[in-house]
Design a protein around this ligand. Sequence first.
Ligand code: C2E
Ligand code: MG
Ligand code: MG
Length: 562
Amino acid sequence: MDNISFAAAFEDFLSEMQKYENSFSGDISNAFSKICPVLRVSAVRSDFRNTIYGNHIEPDSVKFFYKTDNIDTDAELRFNYTTPGEDIATYIFYQFKGDLPWTDNEKSKLKNISEMLFIFNSRSKLLQISRNLAYYDAEFKCYNIRYFQRFLGKLVKSGDIYDYVAVNFNIKQLNKINSRFGRANGTKIMERYCDMINGTLDDKEALCRLGGDNYAAIVKRTNYPNIEKLMLGAVVPATDLCGEDVRVASSAGIYNITHQSDKITPGEILDRVHIAMHASKRTVKPQIIEYDKQLYEMQKRSADIAAAFDDALINNEFLVFYQPKVSLNDYRIAGAEALCRWFHDGDLISPGVFIPIFEESNDICRLDFYMLDKVCSDLSKWISNSTDPVRISVNLSRRHLRDSDVVDRLVSIVDKHNVPHKYIEFELTETVTEGEFRELQQMISGLREHGFATSVDDFGTGYSSLNLIKQIPWNVLKLDKSLLPAKGSENIWQDRVLFKYIVAMAQEMGLECVAEGVETPQQLQILADNNCEMAQGFIFDKPMPSEEFGSKLNSESRRYSV
Ligand code: C2E
Ligand code: MG
Ligand code: MG
């Protein structure tokens, strides 16, 4: 070897090494192929050891950077370096079998190369550490959204993205797992579940934690079925943590990225899977929803409805309709429910459409306060007209439970109109979670202390429990129409028995019973047979505008003929 050919080879080696961000990758054998033949090197190996334990510190820390098939493993030269983290990095050069020993000149050149290699490896390690800090969620042992966006960006740029499915999933009922096994175990179970998903991915796919129990993944279309299976439900080994294995499933939205979705950006991919995930969270079944045009239209309509709220409130587009509640003793109007109607751009939008959308934000609470205000204004008008009004019930969303001042707010609205509290009833639906249960208990007690009536709405649709109902001072139980024995039902006999006992037990607990959604004379007969006091339904009247209801109240008898 002459010094000139070494200088040229060394320069080639350095410029090749510069190309690789990761100087631990197999690709750097290209750089060594420039210099090793000049120095009669048959192989180059690295070995990183932790000084405390003397163990290899990483699975790929012992590796050949360069290898021919004529290595003399007995003729080697080693160079040791200490990293800033007190690890020992060793580089080993091997001669060819049967070759002459290296000269001192060659040995000093090999030392130069090992020094350069140590610099390149240290730089890569630092880069990896800083990337991990920026892109890795160390607490949850998972990549973060920044990493994911970068990863998506590369796939989009290369055009490979069209072979992929994007996924956004949310662990189902993690709060239940947390309350059963403790928060720390819940987190570990979530980690293990994600490890199971991660285990099906290769390095051309990625999983990241978006925050909370929300994850996103980008997976090859061919691998998607494996992830889908796990999202639908997987048994996570957890006997060491909680004495049993735990079944975990996810609500998920997916976006199958095809060429039709031309010029897609990482941001759009994330938006689309998010829309699909959101839709899947709203349904009980199915758990996995695919993003498509129809979903996009639905989402757009929801977004338009949500955006129209402020103006609609200012422009008085929300109207109160009243549906009478009729006493089954004398068929007179004994109360009414205030139901919201929205007249928007010449259309009538049903509460079934807009209430769930407003419930996603605090707008529902503003709407309920608005409705109460309008109801009180009608009541004070009827009182001053010498119409003897009936008790009006106003629906309250469970979102109010988060507001510790809600009772005071409601009282101040009613008092602004000088309406006696006995004319107001509040309807709320049942609750399941323990935290909510206590808040509900507090709220209902507060309302009762102020002399308002309170009712359990839609009893029979949720996880109905008369036992839980007993622990809250309700006045009224509103039986959902699904509990009413209906003509044509196969189980009419069982339905009748169930209905009978619910009414009897409610009355024993001192609750008034109102049957909702009564449509037929047969149903009315069943109510009468079981001593249910009140009914509300199309058989008497549909919800009607305020003026119409006011004149019904003013009519002599206020009585329906049946
Ligand atoms: P809800 O409180 O259970 O109200 C009873 C629903 O049953 C009303 O639907 C009413 O029109 C309907 N209904 C009454 N009689 C019959 C019948 O004989 N047959 C059938 N099939 N249906 C009957 P609506 O007005 O569409 O309201 C739907 C839901 O929207 C309400 O259910 C309530 O949960 C919610 N909602 C309505 N207005 C408000 C509001 O101002 N605030 C809140 N938070 N929710 C509201
Ligand atoms: Mg109601
Ligand atoms: Mg109801």
